[in-house]
Write a protein of this length. Structure first.
Length: 230
């Protein structure tokens, strides 16, 4: 495991039980935005979705009835537990939503044995909500996720627009301080998922309360990006 991956695992294990409460308002707002972006995302109705870096399952829940099944993968065991507990509570576990512990983007492990089962391939959508800025190598992440898509499948990324470098976020596993449209386009194209590339900035920012533990709020501009596997 890389240092960044280990840092992320430690940090998100610490905050998993409080994550939904801490970001309640912004997560609810993003869930609505994803639901309203069905045409923008363009996943085949009733398709299967991979929710990578799933956390407690924001993207899976937002897909709702549009997806026949969502499979989450996350590097934090506590996040995976939270995802599955929520899916159980909502009667969606395991047929509609289930999460697994794992890392698909370890440079030293291109095909993790734990994810060799066919159910972890041929997805209609692979999505990452607020995860790309936690990864060492976004281009590698996009390639690894693209490999899990069927031809024509969609890669969907939700993340933050470029912002000031904030060293305080490093201990939270943050490696990138946002992405521009141009950067995202080249990541999508480099991974072979640049078909019908679309990018849009969201009207409302994501507000993180007490982001650095100093009582201050942080307001981050967000984007959605999507592209199809060629
Ligand atoms: C900011 S949270 C986002 C969670 C969720 N997708 C959401 O939108 O609410 C980032 C998530 O990325 C996960 N993560 C970080 N690095 C990862 C990696 N290499 N592989 C899988 N998950 C990772 C963390 O454990 C955490 O759950």
């Amino acid at each position: 495991m890389t240092d960044t991956a280990a840092l992320n695992q430690k940090y998100f294990n610490q905050i998993a039980s409080d994550y939904d409460r801490r970001y309640e308002k912004s997560l609810g707002q993003v869930e609505k935005e994803i639901k309203n972006a069905r045409d923008f995302i363009g996943m085949r109705q009733g398709g299967r979705a991979l929710d990578y870096a799933c956390g407690t399952g924001l993207l899976s829940r937002s897909m709702g009835e549009d997806a026949s099944q969502c499979i989450g993968i996350d590097i934090s065991d506590s996040m995976v537990e939270a995802y599955n507990a929520k899916a159980k509570l909502e009667g969606a576990f395991p047929d509609k939503r289930e999460a697994h512990l794992g890392n698909l983007i370890d440079p030293s492990d291109p095909s993790p044995a734990a994810f060799s089962d066919p159910k972890f391939s041929n997805f209609d959508l692979a999505g990452v909500g607020a995860g790309f800025h936690h990864f060492d190598d976004p281009a590698l992440a996009a390639r690894r996720l693209a490999e899990r898509l069927r031809p024509g499948g969609v890669l969907f990324i939700m993340d933050f627009m470029p912002r000031e470098i904030d060293e305080g976020m490093r201990s939270h596993g943050v490696t990138h301080h946002g992405f521009s449209e141009g950067q995202m386009r080249s990541v999508f194209e480099g991974a072979g998922v640049g078909g019908e590339f679309r990018f849009k900035e969201l009207a409302e920012p994501f507000v993180m309360h007490n982001a650095n533990g100093d009582g201050k709020h942080k307001s981050l501009r967000m984007f959605f990006a999507r592209g199809s596997k060629l």
